[in-house]
Design a protein around this ligand. Structure first.
Ligand SMILES: *[C@@H]1O[C@H](CO)[C@@H](O)[C@H](O)[C@H]1NC(C)=O
Ligand SMILES: *[C@@H]1O[C@H](CO)[C@@H](O)[C@H](O)[C@H]1NC(C)=O
Length: 227
């Protein structure tokens, strides 16, 4: 019995010694000056690493332009954004609950184009490019949702879905510097043999040239249309 107790005591004191050894003054196996040196070493080491990282980051950032990304891979053909954002739209006009998700999506999409908001933007001369190459504060041309007439959701809050003439909104993805040749327009075709009556707003599906070129998000951004 006594033997066992002694052993247990010995173990306990070696643990205590490991944490703090009063004879050698070691704490966790090292003296205070040894710990201090270790901390100093890592302080210098990590300080140096952080400095290296900051320096290389800074050098890299110097090579970037704030306004246009260096690598632009989507220049060739701008994509189209479609709202409601579904490839297959199924509309049952006698079931408002069924199409309300589309109507809600269109409404929230067009919020940024409310006429009152767009008044803050520039009233650009239509029909020609709105070039602002040497201008510091790049302006954004108005796009009022009322231009979309029956599809504006203003006169008809159901966007035609209740009449079985659903509106689909298309938005051209912005590409920095893109200047389309000729008059850009959107042509929709139906995947069926019989003719489908379609109406375009603005008429002819035309995208006014004044919306080109685009100067990049940072330069070409405003409260009203930044999405
Ligand atoms: C359209 O909705 C109505 C009312 O909910 C329903 O009675 C009808 O069966 C639906 N039609 C189709 C083709 O789903
Ligand atoms: C739109 O496309 C259809 C089918 O490809 C074509 O017949 C029609 O002429 C085009 N409309 C315009 C305005 O280019």
């Amino acid at each position: 019995m006594a033997n066992k107790e002694e052993k247990a005591e010995g173990k306990e004191s070696s643990w205590k010694d490991f944490i703090y050894n009063p004879r050698t003054g070691e704490f966790l196996g090292r003296t205070a000056s040894s710990w201090a040196l270790i901390f100093l070493f890592y302080l210098v080491f990590y300080g140096f690493l952080a400095g290296m990282f900051t320096l290389t980051m800074w050098v890299m950032l110097q090579t970037l332009d704030d306004y246009t990304p260096r690598y632009r891979d989507r220049v060739a053909n701008p994509g189209l954004m479609i709202r409601p954002s579904e490839l297959e739209l199924e509309v049952n006009r006698s079931n408002p609950q069924q199409y309300s998700k589309y109507v809600n999506e269109l409404e929230s999409f067009l919020k940024d184009y409310n006429d009152a908001l767009q008044e803050e933007n520039e009233q650009c001369p239509g029909g020609k490019y709105y070039e602002q190459d040497d201008i510091e504060n790049i302006k954004v041309c108005q796009f009022k949702r009322s231009k979309l007439r029956q599809c504006s959701g203003l006169a008809d809050p159901d966007f035609g879905y209740a009449e079985g003439q659903p509106c689909v909104l298309l938005k051209l993805n912005r590409i920095i510097g893109l200047m389309p040749l000729g008059e850009p327009y959107i042509n929709c075709t139906a995947k069926r043999d019989t003719l489908l009556q379609m109406q375009y707003f603005p008429s002819g599906g035309q995208i006014d040239k004044m919306y080109f070129p685009y100067y990049g998000k940072k330069a070409h951004c405003c409260a009203a249309c930044c999405v």
